[in-house]
Every structure is written in C-alpha cells, then in structure tokens.
Design a protein. Structure first.
Length: 378
C-alpha cells in the first residue's frame, strides 16, 4: 500500500524546499523527497552565499519575480528568526556595450530601480578592493546583497515541517507515473501517491523528465575562498558583492566573511555526465581563470585559495529557467534549468510552483519561462 498526500515534491534543495514550504503554508498534506541530507553540498544550493539583485541584466522580465522574492525572504526571516538576506550592495563592471551593463540599465529603467552610474575613477576611490580599468563602465546597486544559502534551504524545510509537512531525506526517487487523477512516485524505500507532483530535482531533473527530452546540460562549477586580513574587503569598509564581465570571462564574488573572500567564475564549466560522479578535487584548470582575474582586478587579494567547493549549473540552451506544467499532465509541475543564476528566486519561484500544482495557474508572470518556448525545441 502506498502512502497518500495532497502533493509530493521531488528534490528539497533551493527550489524544492521553497515549494515544499509554500504548499505546507496552505495547509496541504505534502511530502518532500530528497536523495541526500537536508541542505546538502552535492547539488547546486550550497557554498555559504548567493548574490541577490534586482537590476537583472539577464532579462527585465525577471524583475517582478525578484521583487516578490525580496518580500518573501523577509517574511521567511520573520518566521524562522534567522538572518537570511544581507543588503551589502553590488558592484557591476564591464565594457560600456557589454551585456551586464546594458542589461542592468534596461531592467532598472523599465522597473524604476535604484542603480548608480559611476566612472571608473569614482568606483576605484569608493571601492578600493578593486582595480577598475579606465575603459570600464561601472554600476552600483545599493539594494543588492547576498543570501546565506544553506540557512535559506534549512529555513524553508524547518518551517514546512513545523507546519506539518513530511520530509524524507536519503531516499532516492526511482520513477514517477500518472495513474488516473493521481501521481505515483516510486523510491528505493517505497511508493507514494498524491494529487499533484512538483519536480525540482536540479542536476537530476533530466532523467525524471525523460518523456519530454528537455535539453538540459549540467556543468561542474568551482567556488573558491581566499584568506585575507585586509580591511578594505569588509562590508564595514563599504565593500559590496561584485560581478565583472571581462575579456577572460564573467566573475563574481562577495565581501570578506569570516576572514575569507569567496570568488567564482560564472562562465565556462565542464559538462557533467553523471551528477553523482562529479570530481570535487581542485585541479590546476579550476584556478587559472580566477587567479588571472584576481591579478588584474583584485591585486591585494592572495591568489592561493584556502578552500574550495563544487556545485552544478543545470543549463537550458538560452540560460532561462523552465517553470511550467507538464504538457500532458496538468497535475505535474516542472522547475528546472536554473542555469546558475536561480537561487535568489527560490522564495518566489517556490510559491509559483505551488500555485501551478495547487491552483493550475501562477499569480506572477512566468510566460517567458514556459516549456514550449522556441529555444527548447529540438
């Protein structure tokens, strides 16, 4: 006999934990299934920090989702009693015609967002941790900052469980199928039935969506920490998060936290055949790009990393998310392909996923993230 729920959520990482919470908040009987421990370091939602920003250079249509995300993060902080969002600002740099600079300006203008324009000289004086090339355009977003990523996942999971939701960790999903009006999920421990299903399995999404042949590519991405005693890297000195588009790639990072500056390359990455077998050892190739970036843009930061970790980007062909209902089963909802820039949205996209499975429609505008868009067609 299978246990029965109103809804089942496959995956309890960033997006799954949020959907799990939002369904529990509505009083639903919900089961969350996670193949690893809660807030684990095997997928995409770990590594201490993630940037959150509103002037979204990737596409201005993301901004309403971000505005809702900010509200929901504050609500979750109040409910959980944890500090999740740190408003420390964000420095954006790139050539005047670069995608980062032009995209951020378009998003800010369209949605009336606060975004300061600085000369490279002004930026270098205001933010001495960085060496800004004279030819660079520089923007500063004061309402940006970072999220404490593992704390966010745990806060969603704990709040859901406190509301009566059931979380199973270290339990692997084998398959799912629709049987009449319900969905059945089989795991390595048993079988469960529910009225609706959310698939938010991160790097493991593609095999769970095999019937749709969704074009998802998983990339191995390094996170590096550099130890420094220099006060100029502290938020107390006005040092913000940063994102630079350079000739050598796109790099982002954070102020000094616990004596270390975290930095990573957003571009590049090695294709992963099996997410369970990701090489998590640090190779020479993993540090070349970051070391060159530090030498050119952050010369007072040591180039030897004292800590490293690896996460995964699950990328779509156009690097935009997939948030939609299954085309053949309206009680099956998909959240996938977050392409390395999704975590900041988990609070609001989790709410959207809950809306889609519970009410069959979303209150927020997500049409541009549909499964049927041209970029996803073979």
């Amino acid at each position: 006999m299978s246990a029965t729920y109103d809804f089942i959520v496959l995956g309890a990482g960033g997006f799954g934990s949020s959907a799990f919470y939002h369904l529990a908040k509505r009083g639903a009987r919900v089961l969350g299934l996670e193949q690893f421990d809660a807030a684990h370091d095997r997928g995409s939602s770990h590594g201490e920090t993630r940037v959150i920003r509103k002037a979204y250079f990737e596409h201005p249509d993301y901004v309403p989702l971000l505005q809702r995300a900010y509200d929901l993060w504050r609500e979750l902080e109040a409910e959980s009693g944890r500090t999740l969002y740190h408003e420390v600002g964000l420095l954006l740099g790139g050539l005047p015609g670069s995608g980062v600079i032009t995209g951020a300006k378009i998003a800010a203008e369209r949605h009336n967002l606060r975004l300061e324009t600085l000369t490279s000289t002004e930026a270098a004086e205001r933010f001495p941790a960085y060496r800004i090339p004279q030819k660079f355009a520089v923007l500063y977003e004061p309402e940006a900052g970072y999220l404490a990523v593992e704390s966010c996942v745990r806060a969603h999971l704990d709040a859901a469980v406190n509301r009566g939701a059931e979380l199973h960790v270290n339990e692997t999903v084998v398959d799912w199928r629709v049987v009449g009006p319900n969905v059945r999920v089989r795991t390595d421990r048993g079988e469960y039935s529910a009225g609706g299903l959310i698939i938010a399995a991160g790097a493991w999404s593609r095999p769970l969506l095999a019937d749709l042949d969704v074009p998802l590519e998983v990339l191995r991405k390094g996170l590096l920490w550099y130890e420094t005693s220099a006060k100029k890297f502290d938020t107390a000195a006005g040092n913000p998060c940063f994102f630079f588009e350079t000739a050598g790639g796109e790099f982002y990072g954070f102020p000094r936290i616990n004596g270390r500056v975290k930095l990573a390359e957003h571009t590049g990455g090695e294709t992963v055949a099996d997410p369970l077998l990701v090489d998590r050892s640090l190779r020479t190739a993993d540090i070349v790009g970051p070391s060159e970036f530090i030498a050119k843009f952050m010369p007072d930061l040591p180039t030897r990393a004292v800590q490293h970790a690896f996460c995964m980007y699950t990328k779509t062909p156009d690097s935009h998310f997939i948030v939609d209902r299954h085309p053949e089963h309206d009680n099956v909802v998909i959240g996938a392909g977050f392409s390395g820039h999704g975590f900041k949205f988990t609070s609001s996209i989790g709410e959207v996923l809950a809306d889609l499975v519970d009410q069959k429609r979303a209150a927020l505008p997500i049409e541009f993230l549909s499964l049927g868009r041209e970029a996803l067609r073979a």
